[in-house]
Design a protein around this ligand. Sequence first.
Ligand code: ZN
Length: 323
Amino acid sequence: MQRRSSAVVIVLTAWVGASACGCVNHDDRLNGGNDRIAAPLGTISIYQLAGRLDLSVDENSSTMATLTSPDNVVVIYSDPSGAAYVNGSAVIGTGPIWPVGDMLFVSESMESDIGSLLVKRTIAEPLGRIEPLPSDVPSHPNRSCIVIDAGHGGKDPGALSVIGIQEKDVVLDAAMAVAGSLRAGGQKAVMTRSDDTFVELNERANIANRVGARAFVSIHADSCHNPSADGYTIYVARSASSGSLALASAIERQLASTGAASRGVRRANYRVLVRTTCPAVLVELGYLSNVYEARRLSQSGYRRGLAKAITEGIIEYCRETGR
Ligand code: ZN
C-alpha cells in the first residue's frame, strides 16, 4: 500500500543566525577562492540528510529542496525564512538552513527531527528478509565483483571540514585506492564513480544490483557538532544480512589494526545499504569536523592506510565466505 501526503502547512521558523547545535560558525572558504561562507560544523547537506533517511532528492537549489519517498514529502527552505515541513507539518527548531553554493546544509539534528515525523510503513518490507551468505547463493558470473562506492561527488560535496577539504574528495581518493588494490590482487572491482561526478543514491545501489555484486562497500567521512568526536564507523542496515555483518566485522578488524579510533559497527538504514541486494556496508573514515582527524584525512598516506585496511577486510571476508 502506498500513500502520498497532501496538504503542506507552512509555519516559519525563526532565523537565529547561529547553529542550533551550538558550534561556532566558521568562515573557512571552500576551494580557496570561493567567497561564499561555508556551512558551520555539525551541518549536513540535503543529500546526506536524504541518504540517512532513505529519501530521494527531487528538487535541489540554493533556496529550497524537496525530499521524497513513496510515503513522505519533505520540503526545506533556506534562511532567512528557513523552514522545513514533513507531510505538511512544520519541523520545530530546525536551526539555520544554509545555502553553500547551490546546496542546502542543515543542522544534523534535523535527521532525528524529520525522521520522527516520517510515515513509517507498517506492512512487511523487503528490509526484513535475511539474505544468504554469498557462498550459499548459486554461482553467478559477476558474483566475484566488489562494488566500491565513493560517497557524494559533483554538486554534492558531502561533509565540509574546517581545514578546507571536502568529503567527496577524501572519499574518492580512498575508494580509488581500495578498488585499485582489489584489482591488483586479482579481484573484480567496479566503482560507482571514479571522478568528481554526482551519482544518485538509488543508482549507486542499482549498479551493485545490476552487476550481481558479491559485496558493496560505500566510503564516506563523518561530520558532527561535537568537534572532539573522532574515529571510523562501519554501518550496516538495521536488518542487515549475515553477509553484511560478516563483511562489517572483517573490515572493522582490519581498521582496528591501523590504530585509528573505532566507533564500531553500527546500524542505520542508509539508502545505499537498504537498496542493495548483496551484503553491504558503509564505512565512515573519520570526522572532518575534528581538526586533528581532518588533518590526518587530508594526508594521502593516512588515507592509503585506511584504504589498505578496508581492502584487506574485503579480502578476508571473501576468504571466509568461500572464494
Ligand atoms: Zn557522506
